[in-house]
Design a protein around this ligand. Sequence first.
Ligand SMILES: *[C@@H]1O[C@H](CO)[C@@H](O)[C@H](O)[C@H]1NC(C)=O
Ligand SMILES: *[C@@H]1O[C@H](CO)[C@@H](O)[C@H](O)[C@H]1NC(C)=O
Ligand SMILES: *[C@@H]1O[C@H](CO)[C@@H](O)[C@H](O)[C@H]1NC(C)=O
Ligand SMILES: *[C@@H]1O[C@H](CO)[C@@H](O)[C@H](O)[C@H]1NC(C)=O
Ligand SMILES: *[C@@H]1O[C@H](CO)[C@@H](O)[C@H](O)[C@H]1NC(C)=O
Ligand SMILES: *[C@@H]1O[C@H](CO)[C@@H](O)[C@H](O)[C@H]1NC(C)=O
Ligand SMILES: *[C@@H]1O[C@H](CO)[C@@H](O)[C@H](O)[C@H]1NC(C)=O
Ligand SMILES: *[C@@H]1O[C@H](CO)[C@@H](O)[C@H](O)[C@H]1NC(C)=O
Ligand SMILES: *[C@@H]1O[C@H](CO)[C@@H](O)[C@H](O)[C@H]1NC(C)=O
Ligand SMILES: *[C@@H]1O[C@H](CO)[C@@H](O)[C@H](O)[C@H]1NC(C)=O
Ligand SMILES: *[C@@H]1O[C@H](CO)[C@@H](O)[C@H](O)[C@H]1NC(C)=O
Ligand SMILES: *[C@@H]1O[C@H](CO)[C@@H](O)[C@H](O)[C@H]1NC(C)=O
Length: 816
Amino acid sequence: MEPIVLLLFLLLLLLSFSTARDTITPSNPLADNETLVSATGTFALGFFNPPNSDNRYIGLWYNQISDHTILWVANRASPLVNSTGVLSVTKDGRLTITSQNSTVVWTSPNSTVELTSPIAQLLENGNLVVMQDGDTSGNYGWQGFNYLTDTLIPGMKLGVDLTTGINRTLVAWASENDPSPGPYHGFMDIRGDPDIYFCRDSTPIWRSGAWDGTHLSGIPDMSTYRGFQFNFVNNASEVVYFYSVINRSYISRLLVNSTGFAQRALWLPDANQWNFFWNAPKDLCDDIGQCGPYGLCDANDSPLCSCLQGFDPKNPSNWNLRDGHDGCKRRTPLDCKNGTDGFVTVSNVKLPQSDNCTVDMNLNLDQCRRLCLGNCSCTAYASANVSGGGSGCIIWIGNLFDIRNFVGSGQDLYVRLAAADLDVSSGKTQSTIVAVAVSLVAAALLLTCVGCFLWRRKKKRRVLLGAMTSFNEKSNHEPGDLDLPIFDFATIAASIDYFSDENKLGEGGFGPVYKGTLEDNQEIAVKRLAKTSIQGLEEFKNEIVLIAKLQHRNLVRLLGCCIQGEERMLIYEYMPNRSLDAFLFEKERAALLDWKMRHQIIVGIARGLLYLHQDSRFRIIHRDLKASNILLDEDMNPKISDFGMARIFGGDETDFNTRKVVGTGYMSPEYAMDGIFSVKSDVFSFGVLVLEIISGKKNRGVYAIPPHINLVAHAWSLWKEGKSLQLVDESMGYSFPTNEALRCIKLGLLCVQEHPEDRPLMSSVVLMLGSDLASLPQPKQPGFAARRGPFEVDTSSSNQDSCTLNEISVSMFQPR
Ligand SMILES: *[C@@H]1O[C@H](CO)[C@@H](O)[C@H](O)[C@H]1NC(C)=O
Ligand SMILES: *[C@@H]1O[C@H](CO)[C@@H](O)[C@H](O)[C@H]1NC(C)=O
Ligand SMILES: *[C@@H]1O[C@H](CO)[C@@H](O)[C@H](O)[C@H]1NC(C)=O
Ligand SMILES: *[C@@H]1O[C@H](CO)[C@@H](O)[C@H](O)[C@H]1NC(C)=O
Ligand SMILES: *[C@@H]1O[C@H](CO)[C@@H](O)[C@H](O)[C@H]1NC(C)=O
Ligand SMILES: *[C@@H]1O[C@H](CO)[C@@H](O)[C@H](O)[C@H]1NC(C)=O
Ligand SMILES: *[C@@H]1O[C@H](CO)[C@@H](O)[C@H](O)[C@H]1NC(C)=O
Ligand SMILES: *[C@@H]1O[C@H](CO)[C@@H](O)[C@H](O)[C@H]1NC(C)=O
Ligand SMILES: *[C@@H]1O[C@H](CO)[C@@H](O)[C@H](O)[C@H]1NC(C)=O
Ligand SMILES: *[C@@H]1O[C@H](CO)[C@@H](O)[C@H](O)[C@H]1NC(C)=O
Ligand SMILES: *[C@@H]1O[C@H](CO)[C@@H](O)[C@H](O)[C@H]1NC(C)=O
Ligand SMILES: *[C@@H]1O[C@H](CO)[C@@H](O)[C@H](O)[C@H]1NC(C)=O
């Protein structure tokens, strides 16, 4: 019995496959219970009822996914009511939908080409077309992609075909269950510099901002959508926006939803659902009128609105009540005739409304400036195409509306001002900045003097127990009071198979590391210290005890040591996931590190380092922080290793300058050049590490863009251009929390500032990792961004005693 059922089933399956077709002919219309399926099965088209509705429509959906999301509707405004239907193509090439009682409810417009033998076909990209049977030239009499519904999928174009006059717009469904046209719609505004508008009836809600050559100026995070390619064509035949997915297996859509949002989504095959990863409008600053003419909206600021330099609130009473809609007015009228006007640069903005703009792609920025100066009604200018260093010219005539600020991205806008308003010191904000700067300088001077004083007093009492650890002599321990197990040499040697190469994990800073298993099955990592050590036995033990007392979840734990004659070994807990560099810099394994993990690693390292610097009983400077010294446990928690081991090599104070391992860690400028280290040199290394973790690139990796010789320089130049998100490792794919990524990049840059005093302490770093992007100070040019030398320099200069240079170092030599 059963085999027969199975056979029948298979037969049915076969039959249903053979009946799936992608073409309708006049003699073979599409019945209500049938679907058209595109050639390789990507799309399906057929009749459907929206949930809880008696209305029946012809719709298009992705065939391969289960949820039948409707992408396109033929007869959205003229449904079949309480009736089944038939889709047919007439002999003159028009599609018609006919109801049970033979009423034609919908018909497509007349064919634009003469068709003697018309067919309708569902193409592989989802386009339903009417054409001459057998024609492969793409000469369509009608096509569905010219009449979009609410969704844009790859292959569809949003915008105007200037030769045929067809205006392809996205119009939202009236409600979730009603495909008829609703009030929300998106369209291409071709006036001035074209951009996409999103409106409710005729009221603009949001605009995309003009295309700047790489992305839409109001959607800076567009550059992070790795899986996509965005296109914008503006020429004599069309002004259109469209996109494609680079990986064909990605299923994606952009839609205007019935409650008034534009959304972008990707299908998650594993979760079997759509991932809506972007929407607009997003925040108050997306509201076009929020800050009125010449107002600048900053969503991370309170109040939201401020006036551009040289402008004051037009209606101060409303402005003070936080209503910015009236905007701002010019403080000093422009002096066009006398030619004394100038421009102020407003950085990182969404370009203002561009309906009345003039665009000339053949001018450069300098010519653009002159053009603007020469026309009395010109109020601002900007580059029309930022890619490749900037070209083209946009000129604004009249008021500037809808300018908003982005952090770390956005474009430069040059706003015309009278000479009087260009004067930077005249503004209120300027004087505050000066005051702050003055007090900062004073504070720094004071600190330096105090530091200098302390330095000189402490100098004699200072005990430097080696290059990486330093603590006060008071914390010395009797070797007798160890809680540190001393392992038996024979046991350890056996556990690592007598130093066999098979057990070797790698070569650490001070000798090879082996993996071993103790009798109780505990896995250990054994570091065999090179025999060149000149340190005495008691000193060695003493220091090991101190290090063993450092316990923190983000530090690798020292389990004990082993001493036999000249032989010295350190026994650590074993980390199954090895070191961070093995993940970060290897393409396949890097893909395993998603954003959440990377962030967790950054936070973990910061906490471990904070503990070393501040919270442990001793102040410890690691001095050799780098990806290979970060080990990962089974849950990918980071653990700092190799701290405090230089002692074994240590000699006296001068020694630690000359004998250090040059070039292994990420050295700060003052360390590389002058051999001076402090907690701030660790902060520098931490900053480099953060940038490496985000970008997945080695600091000294090779870059396609020649002027950038290292990661820090590369990160800085992207930051300056507002393209920071391009730094993010491509293996993380298209979607990660933009704000968090920008915050980490900004923090990374703050940590690699040239001057130690500009770098935050680890305690601030830990705070900043959880705070608002805008509350972080602006980074300046980092150390080494423009120079090649110091990374390669082998320093041998001695520690300098100058109090200014050492001012930061002072604190770390003090007992707690
Ligand atoms: C569709 O329904 C008709 C009758 O209404 C039936 O003859 C035909 O076999 C059905 N086709 C499919 C594919 O189910
Ligand atoms: C046919 O059905 C439509 C609705 O589907 C209805 O409006 C129309 O009156 C019907 N015509 C006839 C002749 O029954
Ligand atoms: C459709 O049919 C349902 C019940 O079958 C009925 O309640 C409803 O009034 C009908 N709608 C129209 C427009 O005829
Ligand atoms: C469509 O074509 C028919 C003849 O085939 C003609 O009568 C009709 O006016 C045309 N409609 C339009 C809108 O051109
Ligand atoms: C396209 O349609 C939109 C909305 O319907 C309209 O505002 C716009 O002016 C149209 N563009 C052209 C060029 O007709
Ligand atoms: C406009 O651009 C499109 C797409 O790049 C191209 O196919 C078309 O030929 C261009 N038209 C003109 C007039 O340059
Ligand atoms: C495309 O995506 C699929 C599924 O995510 C993946 O298996 C495949 O490797 C990707 N192909 C390319 C070329 O990236
Ligand atoms: C429309 O999009 C917004 C923003 O993503 C979302 O909150 C809302 O639920 C969506 N509306 C519908 C009907 O899906
Ligand atoms: C232009 O210059 C003339 C003479 O230098 C001066 O009198 C006039 O006030 C200036 N105009 C403006 C608008 O500043
Ligand atoms: C463009 O010019 C028109 C007519 O002068 C004006 O009504 C409109 O407000 C201007 N648009 C912008 C954004 O300045
Ligand atoms: C200024 O530029 C606008 C827009 O391009 C143009 O209409 C106007 O004629 C120009 N005025 C002068 C004096 O050149
Ligand atoms: C923008 O500039 C880039 C680099 O110079 C160039 O390749 C591209 O064609 C330009 N785009 C337009 C629209 O001019």
